[in-house]
Design a protein around this ligand. Structure first.
Ligand code: A2P
Length: 335
C-alpha cells in the first residue's frame, strides 16, 4: 500500500499558502492529515480543502509534532525561527523563504532542472526565488544543449511576490486613482497602480537590490555552475500575480532561434506562445493560473552572433512558489 503523509502548511492564509492548499487538493497529494498554520491573527479562521472546512491554528514550537512534511511560506524570519524546530520534530521542511537558499547544506531545487539533488537534504529543502524559477525553467533546456555564458535579465514583477496584502493594495489603489483620490501606499513604498518602480527588496552595497542578487546567486547554485555571468534589473509593475521577464542570452557558441524554439517546445514546464503576425506573445494575464511558464518572441540578437532574446510570463504564486514546492514534495515521496 502506498504511504500517505501528515502535512502542515506554515503561512496557510497567505497568497502562496492558499495556492498550496489548492494544489494539494487538485494534484491529489497523498495526505493522512493537513494542518493549517498561520500567525495568531488568523487562529480560528477557516479555509476549505476538498469541500471540508479546516480551522487555521496559531503556530508555536509544538505545532510540528507528528508532522512528516512542512510546506513553509510565512517569510524568512518565521522560517529561521521555526524550520529547525520542525526538523527537530522529525519533519522535512520545504521552505519558500530566502532564509536557507544559499546554505551549502540545503538543496535549492527546481524539479525541471536539478531533481537529483532533492535527497541531499538534512531536513530543509529550499524553494528558489520566484523570478529565478521562472527564468531557469526556460533557460535550463537551452543551457543543456548550448552552454550559456551570460544572461541579461529585465523583469516586470507582479504584486503577488510581496504577498496577499500587496495584491489587495494594487486593487484598492487602482480604485482610488479612478475615483480621483490619492493612492495610499502601505505595503509598498510607493503607489504601484498606474506606476512602476525598481524592485523594493533591500538595496545592497553592490548597487543591486537583493532580488537581483538572488537571480544571480541562486541560478549559479541551481545550475551548479559558478562561471555563468548574470546581470538583472528587477522592476515591480501593477500586475496581480504573474511575472514577466525579457532575457538576453549569450551562448559560448551560436544557437539558432529555430533550434531554441524546438528545444523549448519539448521542455517540461514550458509552453511556446508565438503568433508573430498578430504580435501575440506571452502575457501575464494569460500566464495567471497556469502551471507552465509561457515563452515566446525568441529571436536572434542582432548585436551578437551568439545571442538570443526571448520573453516569458509565468504565474509567480504557482510555478514561482507553490507549484514548485508541491513538485519538490512529489519528488521527495516518489523515490
Ligand atoms: P497571517 O495571515 O495570520 O498574518 P503573505 O506572504 O501572502 O503576506 O502571507 C504570509 C503568511 O505568513 C500568512 O499566512 C501569515 O499569517 C503567515 N505568518 C506571518 N507571520 C507569521 C508567524 N509569526 N507565524 C506563523 N505564520 C505567520
Amino acid at each position: 500500500m502506498s504511504r500517505s503523509y501528515r502535512v502542515a502548511i506554515l503561512g496557510a492564509t497567505g497568497a502562496v499558502g492558499k495556492e498550496l492548499i489548492e494544489l494539494l487538493a487538485t494534484r491529489n497529494f497523498p495526505l493522512a492529515d493537513l494542518k493549517l498554520l498561520a500567525s495568531p491573527r488568523s487562529a480560528g479562521t477557516t479555509l476549505s480543502f476538498k469541500g471540508e472546512t479546516l480551522r487555521v491554528e496559531s503556530t508555536d514550537t509544538s505545532s510540528f509534532q507528528a508532522i512528516d512534511l512542512v510546506l513553509a511560506s510565512a517569510g524568512g524570519n518565521t522560517s529561521k525561527a521555526l524550520a529547525p524546530r520542525a526538523v527537530a520534530s522529525g519533519a522535512i521542511v520545504i521552505d519558500n523563504s530566502s532564509a536557507y537558499r544559499m546554505d551549502p547544506n540545503v538543496p535549492l531545487i527546481i524539479p525541471e532542472v536539478n531533481p537529483q539533488e532533492v535527497h541531499q537534504h538534512q531536513g530543509i529543502i529550499a524553494n528558489p526565488n520566484c523570478t529565478t524559477i521562472l527564468m531557469n525553467v526556460v533557460v535550463w533546456p537551452l543551457h543543456q544543449v548550448q552552454p550559456i555564458k551570460r544572461i541579461v535579465a529585465s523583469t516586470y514583477q507582479s504584486a503577488s511576490g510581496a504577498g496577499a496584502k500587496a495584491m489587495a493594495e494594487v486593487i484598492s489603489q487602482s480604485r482610488d486613482v479612478l475615483d480621483g483620490k490619492q493612492p495610499n501606499p502601505e505595503v509598498f513604498p510607493y503607489p504601484l497602480a498606474f506606476n512602476l518602480f525598481l524592485h523594493n527588496s533591500p538595496m545592497t552595497a553592490t548597487g543591486y537590490c537583493e532580488e537581483e542578487l538572488k537571480m544571480i546567486n541562486e541560478t549559479r547554485k541551481i545550475f551548479g555552475d559558478s562561471s555563468i555571468r548574470i546581470t538583472a534589473t528587477c522592476v515591480r509593475v501593477p500586475i496581480l500575480r504573474a511575472h514577466s521577464e525579457a532575457l538576453n542570452l549569450e551562448f559560448h557558441q551560436p544557437l539558432s532561434a529555430d533550434k531554441a524554439k524546438m528545444l523549448l517546445q519539448q521542455a517540461p514546464g514550458v509552453r511556446l506562445v508565438e503568433d508573430w503576425q498578430n504580435n501575440y506573445f506571452p502575457m501575464p494575464i494569460e500566464a495567471s493560473g497556469l502551471d507552465e511558464v509561457l515563452v515566446g518572441r525568441i529571436r536572434q540578437d542582432l548585436s551578437h552572433d551568439c545571442g538570443l532574446d526571448l520573453w516569458l510570463s509565468g504565474d509567480q504564486i504557482r510555478k514561482g512558489a507553490a507549484l514548485n514546492a508541491v513538485q519538490i514534495a512529489e519528488l521527495l515521496i516518489s523515490s
